[in-house]
Write a protein that binds this ligand. Structure first.
Ligand code: GLY
Length: 581
């Protein structure tokens, strides 16, 4: 006994010495958790033991929770939510758009990305959206039937279900069918529909659904019934994705396209495939970051910015200090400059993912950052990574009792996409073609510029910023997160991660903390209300062009701890709900 103690004591002494000499990595508990409670907290997340969903719409959250309670897994709930949001959140939830799903299968201990981004129709070409004068025709690329890429959502949800689902497909669409028969309009939706009047007015099929007979707007609390959408959902429930890509829905979609000089043909629909991709991975302060690979730029630049920031002790400089915000802004600029040059659909262009996410490249970029001076955007050019080896999007997160995790971000691009519904289907059409670089150097609706890598080409997927993300500690998913927000998605997700990991905030505090954003061009440091005036003064003094604009992002996040799940739906828009059981 005594000898055993002596051996043990000797072992501990040796470990201590090695650790003091820096010869051991820092000793982590088996499961280092993100903080869930601090005595200083003013806002708290929802807690549940078994399963949880967080979405931008309470009715969709309820649909997902019901599926979990019925014994569905996280993918089943994610599929049900995807269909439900197409009904209750028509500004972003969709059948006529596309997006990305990231999942962790606990039994297989494997993460997988499903890419259901829209593709350019076969009739689209590089200069298709330029006017006779060679300028980008913004009306055509944003608010016409030609603005639509071939939709991917139905194929994506079906592929996710086929690979990982447990409950029958039909069961997962039932909640959406019920909601399409009529649901009470929220205050947020009533206001959003008012704002959509301009983009919908040219399309009688849209006005018929989203406004009353005489063009009068719906009020909060009134019922919105979408019988055509309910019929489309029933067909998809009974016949599977074929109904959408080859059957009765496809026929109506194509007829509507033909009637409005749209580009999508039956062949485009039949040829559409959702794709399984390997997620992009990085490590940040011992946590593994798993995120969406190209054709989203989200994961690559999230990891690139985290790698740069890892070179500084952000916890010491604090969450909203000028020093921290300066470092963040400078890192963001460098990443967005690279985005404009290197990112595009990996099936068409070689994207230097490994180079952009390499620690060595991040150290090189960090060394270029002046601690006391903002680099003007004009002084920044895309870097040299080692070569090649809407705002109106929506995100939701799901965790189930088996440890599975799902993060989905999908979109029509701008609110209600092009504003047009394909007559007889109840389905809003996306305007995702605007995410291509229609002309090199000319900004899209989000002010993003791009070049050859993101030029229009038939069958190609436009570059995205959607960043559904999972964060792991010792192999366990500890954070599921993502956001809408166009070009601001990457930096919004970044700040959730920094707030949770560096600043030890609970997920509610991490969500409501004021955000910043810089995307290289335009050369402005965009901030939300809530950053102190003296911080702004310091940043301005260091050369930042600080502008306060409207709130950014709408994150839906879940933190998993050994005690259970903590979720929070962003309060920047009303109507979201994190709920569990
Ligand atoms: N449509 C916005 C994005 O995909 O980034």
């Amino acid at each position: 006994m005594r000898r055993c103690f002596r051996n043990h004591a000797f072992g501990l002494l040796l470990l201590l010495l090695l650790s003091i000499c820096g010869l051991l990595p820092s000793i982590q508990p088996a499961w280092a958790e993100p903080a869930v409670y601090n005595a200083r907290d003013r806002i708290h997340p929802t807690f549940a033991r078994n399963g949880m969903v967080s979405t931008q719409d309470a009715l969709a959250s309820q649909a997902g929770l019901d599926i979990l309670r019925q014994g569905g897994n996280a993918i089943d709930a994610a599929v049900a939510i995807g269909f439900a949001l197409a009904v209750t959140l028509p500004q972003a939830g969709n059948l006529g758009g596309g997006g990305f799903l990231l999942t962790y299968d606990a039994a297989q201990r494997q993460s997988e990305a499903i890419d259901f981004r829209e593709t350019a129709p076969a009739a689209a070409s590089r200069d298709f959206f330029l006017s006779a004068k060679g300028e980008v025709d913004e009306a055509r690329i944003r608010y016409s039937h030609q603005a639509s890429g071939t939709p991917g959502t139905v194929a994506g949800l079906a592929l996710a279900h086929q690979r990982h689902g447990r409950l029958p497909w039909k069961t997962l669409i039932e909640p959406a069918i019920r909601l399409a028969e009529g649901f009470p309009i929220s205050a947020e939706l009533a206001q959003s529909l008012q704002e959509a009047r301009k983009s919908m007015t040219p399309w009688p099929a849209s006005m018929k659904i989203f406004f009353k007979a005489d063009g009068v707007a719906y009020q909060a609390g009134e019922t919105l019934a979408q019988p055509d959408l309910a019929a489309s959902l029933r067909l998809i429930a009974e016949q599977g994705p074929k109904a959408f890509y080859e059957g009765a829905i496809a026929e109506k979609l194509i007829a509507d396209m033909a009637a409005h000089q749209g580009l999508i043909t039956l062949a485009d629909l039949k040829n559409y495939r959702a794709v399984v991709r390997t997620p992009v991975r990085g490590v940040y302060r011992g946590y593994e970051i798993v995120s969406m690979p190209p054709p989203s730029s989200g994961g690559v630049h999230l990891i690139q910015i985290l790698n740069i920031l890892e070179t500084w002790p952000l916890a010491e400089s604090g969450p909203a200090s000028a020093v921290t915000l300066h470092r963040m802004a400078e890192a963001m600029k460098l990443a967005y400059a690279d985005r404009s040059e290197y990112l595009g659909d990996p099936d068409f262009v070689k994207v230097p993912v490994a180079g952009l996410t390499a620690k060595a490249y991040a150290r090189e970029l960090a060394a270029r950052i002046d601690p006391n001076r903002a680099q003007p955007a004009t002084a920044i050019k895309p870097g040299q990574p080692q070569r090649y080896e809407s705002d109106q999007t929506t995100h939701y997160s799901v965790a189930d009792q088996d440890g599975n995790a799902v993060a989905v971000t999908y979109t029509l691009n701008l609110a209600y996409g092009s504003g047009a519904v394909a007559a007889g289907t109840g389905i809003l059409l996306n305007n995702e073609m605007d995410d291509f670089a229609a002309k090199p150097g000319v900004p899209n609706a989000f002010g993003l510029i791009g070049g050859d890598a993101n030029a229009v080409s038939p069958g190609k997927r436009p570059l995205s910023s959607m960043t559904p993300t999972l964060v792991f500690k010792t192999g366990q998913p500890v954070l599921i997160t993502g956001s809408p927000g166009g070009s601001r998605i990457i930096t919004t997700v970044l700040q959730i991660i920094l707030n949770v990991l560096d600043h030890q905030m609970n997920i509610a505090e991490a969500t409501v903390a004021p955000r910043i954003h810089h995307q290289w061009l335009p050369d402005e440091l965009r901030i939300e209300e809530g950053i102190s005036p003296d911080t702004v003064r310091l940043l301005t003094g260091w050369g930042h062009q600080v502008v306060i604009k409207e709130a950014m992002g709408n994150t839906q996040s879940i933190v998993r701890t050994p005690q259970g799940l903590y979720g929070f739906a962003d309060t920047r828009r009303s109507g979201g709900l994190a709920v569990g059981y």
